[in-house]
Design a protein around this ligand. Structure first.
Ligand code: GTP
Ligand code: SPV
Ligand code: MN
Length: 585
């Protein structure tokens, strides 16, 4: 008997019988336990130690070469009615899904240890936090969960006090892509994941729990679980505004969350609350408040260097797990965009050959505790979260989307979010660089029908008149030769300033059919070598391109049929009419 919660105890016993695990190990979450697991993984080759002088307590994990990213085509939402999962999800009947995946789990942990990981998503003392228990046969998953969540005894005692928990069952199985499924049973608060050891497929507290299951729960409980970073922007007068920003995978959340202000911005400070997930609740005062359910970062490594993201660069020099990066001759981690050193081995441990591919996998990742981030906010553990001034959507768009624009009001903002589209990245398996529709950056993560999700979003307008302002940004506009038009990274603060000035009603805006844009003069470019013509281009709304964009959005929304809230169509029609395309859509 390892817990006073009989429901948990009997589930653990049931899983042990099904998987025929050799041993059951209850994780307590201590440092000693983490160190012992690391030693064990060093001994069996799951991890290798990186250069202890340059990178103390840093380890490298090489995943199976066919297991390097989320697998959306193998990810299912299993609701009784298919329509409840919606056209945005793969669906399977719950009974059929249980049967299919339980066959894979049967006997799969013979000869292995089964780890029981109680975890808490969110500050331990917060009423907004939710607990879960992940059962896994992967010590790599345990070590990552230790960094990414509040896990072990502290979470177990919260579970034992009541409030329930999400059940997550995971096995790496044979790491065979043909025997791999990530299944969600929202009504049962249950996740079953088989055959992958990677990131969002395997660290079940993250995308599976904190987004897919939580979004489903949030709908019935009146809150939102979003794929958003949370950042505080403090001006030289010491006033801080908090923003929550949703960009699709590998589109700049971690970077924006720990942005380093440019030299021209003396006295400005950035405070990181979270880099990937935000849980948003309406406070008693009607303001939206956010907590970060996570306690660590599972961040994209390539592109990280002292210039693009000094905070991340410093943060991952110690006590970090690297997955799928290359190494140098003196055993330091190496990746594309590091701007120093030379790789000798690639992410698969083969001699590096530039012609054969990158040294680091494009979706290589670091796992590191939030507390190692120099810009970590002292409010990140606040049970009541932080008040949000602006919600910002964004995507990776070579063309069409301007640098920044503001929605006219909340309902229009929901359309702006529903209209997010972005070029695909290496964060999920499949083709990279093709524009796909990714509403609210939640396409892979919403645990129910998007039509119902948008209705839920729209309903907030009836519940508060102090909602955040809504914006859209795009750091990724390119010229014909593929060069970025906007310098990005630290310079993005200039855009955040305009956003905050709008929230404070300190600055005007230019009204366009798609929303409110800054006048070029209202983006501070002091100390920035940018051609005024380029800034004009970044702030241009091309009506012809936007008509095509709205037609694509209209087609996407039409997939939701009658279930689509009429208000969303009304908002779309207003934009289309303003664009002078009365006959379109
Ligand atoms: P997930 O963890 O997959 O959800 O990704 P993310 O949204 O946190 O993206 P991240 O910040 O890790 O950035 C992904 C890639 O985009 C990295 O290679 C960054 O270097 C690059 N990137 C981030 N911000 C900018 C920017 O402002 N401009 C440009 N050009 N690239 C950026
Ligand atoms: C993402 O893909 O959005 C990530 C990485 O943050 S993963 O944890 O694999 O989902
Ligand atoms: Mn993400």
């Amino acid at each position: 008997m390892s817990t006073s919660n009989s429901e948990l105890e009997s589930w653990v016993n049931e899983v042990a019988r099904l998987t025929q695990a050799d041993k059951v190990f209850w994780c307590n979450g201590s440092e000693a336990e983490y160190r012992q697991l690391v030693q064990q993984m060093l001994a069996d080759g799951t991890l290798s130690e990186l250069n202890p002088e340059t990178h103390p307590n840093c380890y490298l994990h090489r995943s199976a070469p066919t297991d390097v990213a989320r697998v959306e085509h193998l990810t299912f939402i299993c609701t009784e009615k298919e329509a409840d999962a919606g056209p945005n999800n793969n669906w399977m009947d719950p009974a059929a899904a249980h049967q299919k995946i339980d066959q894979l789990f049967a006997g799969c942990m013979k000869g292995r240890t089964m780890y029981v990981i109680p975890y808490c998503m969110g500050p331990l003392e917060s009423p907004y936090s939710r607990c879960g228990v992940e059962i896994t046969d992967s010590p790599y998953v345990v070590a990552n969960m230790k960094i990414m969540t509040r896990m072990g005894d502290v979470a177990l005692s919260r579970i034992e006090k009541g409030g329930g928990f999400v059940r997550g069952l995971h096995s790496i199985g044979e790491l065979d892509p043909e025997r791999r499924f990530i299944m969600h049973f929202p009504a049962e608060l249950t996740i079953k994941s088989y055959g992958s050891g990677y990131g969002g497929n395997a660290l079940l507290g993250k995308k599976c729990h904190a987004l897919r299951i939580a979004s489903y729960q949030a709908r019935s409980e009146g809150w939102l679980a979003e794929h958003m970073l949370i950042v505080g922007v403090e001006n030289p007068a010491g006033e801080t505004h908090y923003l929550a920003c949703a960009f699709p995978s590998a589109c700049g959340k971690t970077n924006l969350a720990m942005l380093v202000p440019p030299k021209s911005h003396k006295g400005w400070k950035i405070w990181t609350l979270g880099d990937d997930i935000a849980w948003l609740q309406l406070g008693e005062d009607g303001r939206m408040r956010a907590i970060n359910p996570e306690a660590g970062y599972f961040g994209v490594v390539p592109g990280t260097n002292a210039k693009t993201n000094r905070n991340a660069y410093e943060m991952i020099r110690h006590d970090t797990i690297y997955t799928n990066v290359g190494v140098t001759a003196d055993n330091q981690p190496w990746w594309e965009g590091l701007d120093e050193g030379t790789p000798v081995l690639d992410w698969q441990g083969k001699p590096y050959d530039a012609k054969a591919g990158p040294a680091a996998h494009p979706n290589s990742r670091f796992t590191v505790a939030t507390s190692q981030n120099a810009s970590y906010s002292s409010l990140a553990d606040a049970p009541e979260g932080v008040p949000i001034s602006a919600l910002v959507f964004g995507g990776r768009r070579r063309e069409v989307a301007p640098l920044v624009y503001q929605a006219k009001d909340w309902a229009h903002g929901v359309l702006v979010g529903a209209g997010v589209a972005s070029e695909t990245t290496a964060a999920a398996s499949g083709e990279v660089g093709v524009v796909r529709r990714d509403p609210m950056a939640m396409k892979p993560f919403c645990g129910y029908n998007f039509a119902d999700y948008w209705a839920h979003w729209l309903s907030f307008a009836q519940r508060s008149d102090r909602l955040p302002e809504i914006f859209h940004v795009n750091w990724f506009r390119q010229d014909k030769d593929g060069n970025f038009l906007w310098p990005g990274f630290g310079e993005n603060l200039r855009v955040l300033r305009w956003i905050i000035d709008r929230c404070e009603k300190r600055v005007g805006a230019v009204t366009t059919p798609i929303g409110l844009l800054p006048a070029a003069a209202d983006i501070d470019i002091e100390g920035l070598a940018i051609d005024p013509a380029v800034l004009q281009e970044l702030l241009r709304v091309d009506h012809a391109q936007w008509s095509v964009e709205m037609a694509a959005l209209s087609e996407d929304l039409a997939r939701y049929g009658d279930r689509l809230p009429a208000e969303l169509n009304r908002q779309l029609q207003m934009v289309v009419e303003d664009l002078g395309e009365k006959n379109a859509a």
